[in-house]
Design a binder for this molecule. Structure first.
Ligand code: NAD
Length: 257
């Protein structure tokens, strides 16, 4: 099991106890990591309350990933308090509700821009901010969260699928760019899990049903299972893995029928 004693991480994307990013926070904190958690405005109370359950008190900071000044403030505080960073988890994603219900050809310019900005561009902005702090630690590991909708069509996933395709390409370009500085960039493509974000996708429960029926393991996955794989990818055991999209989906992606 990866030991995170002495490691410092920044986790973006915790909204509540069902968030995948929260499971990753727990998986790394329980292995010894010191964390900074960010929240999007309306989740301040939830995230502050959750943070009190971690073994070492984390920094809890506001951050809207569309705001360059929020991002700059986060990295300035992390720099001041931690003096360096070993890992970053990016678990932010959003698409306006209309884009997840209307036919895909009706995707609006604004909806497209917003989905790609929040769900994909933000990984570039976060990586740029984290890189100098990671260099001071001799390198680092960056992890984002994707979904198979990047490659295959799922009902109503729509522009989010396009954003995930961009996100996975971003992982590869960042991995190539930052690799010479010993910074690794990977994604976990998680199977469907009931969370606040997935609740916004109409018909999401039927996707869960299809996974239970057809995935080789005949079940869906839990956030803790993503947390365990994340701990591996963020830790030294994965030191030769970068630019990868690791499937954590009970095997669903291999199925043809
Ligand atoms: P979640 O709702 O708990 O997390 C989504 C997070 O995105 C929230 O914390 C929200 O505050 C944050 N966010 C949205 N807009 C933001 C902004 N402008 N600035 C900062 N943060 C912002 O849901 P989740 O399912 O845990 O999602 C986490 C990641 O996992 C997402 O990238 C999602 O696409 C991905 N994912 C989810 C599933 C699933 O089935 N739940 C499957 C595969 C991948």
């Amino acid at each position: 099991m990866t030991d995170f004693t002495g490691k410092q991480g920044l986790i973006v994307g915790v909204a509540n106890k069902r968030s995948i990013a929260w499971a990753i926070a727990q998986a790394t904190a329980s292995r010894g990591a010191r964390l900074a958690l960010t929240y999007q405005g309306r989740f301040e109370e939830h995230v502050t309350e959750l943070s009190q359950g971690l073994s070492a008190a984390p920094l809890v900071l506001p951050c809207d990933v569309t705001s360059d000044s929020d991002l700059a403030a986060v990295f300035a505080t992390v720099d001041r308090e931690f003096g360096g960073l070993d890992f970053v988890v990016h678990g932010a994603a959003f698409a306006p509700r209309d884009e997840l219900t209307a036919p895909f050809s009706q995707t609006s310019r604004d909806g497209f821009r917003m989905a790609l900005d929040i769900s994909a561009y933000s990984l570039i902005a976060l990586s740029r901010g984290a890189a100098p702090l990671m260099e001071r630690r001799g390198g680092g590991s960056i992890l984002t969260l994707s979904y198979l909708g990047s490659e295959r069509v799922f009902p109503n996933y729509n522009v989010m699928g396009v954003a995930k395709a961009a996100l996975e390409a971003t992982v590869r370009y960042l991995a190539a760019d930052l690799g010479p500085r010993n910074i690794r960039v990977n994604a976990i493509s998680a199977g469907p899990i009931k969370t606040l974000a997935s609740a916004g996708i109409s018909g999401f429960s039927s996707i869960l049903g299809v996974y239970r029926e057809r995935a080789p393991l005949r079940r869906t996955i839990e956030t803790g299972e993503v947390g365990d794989v994340a701990a591996f990818l963020l830790g030294d055991g994965a030191r030769a893995i970068t630019g990868e999209v690791v499937m954590v989906d009970a095997g669903y992606h291999i199925t043809g029928m």
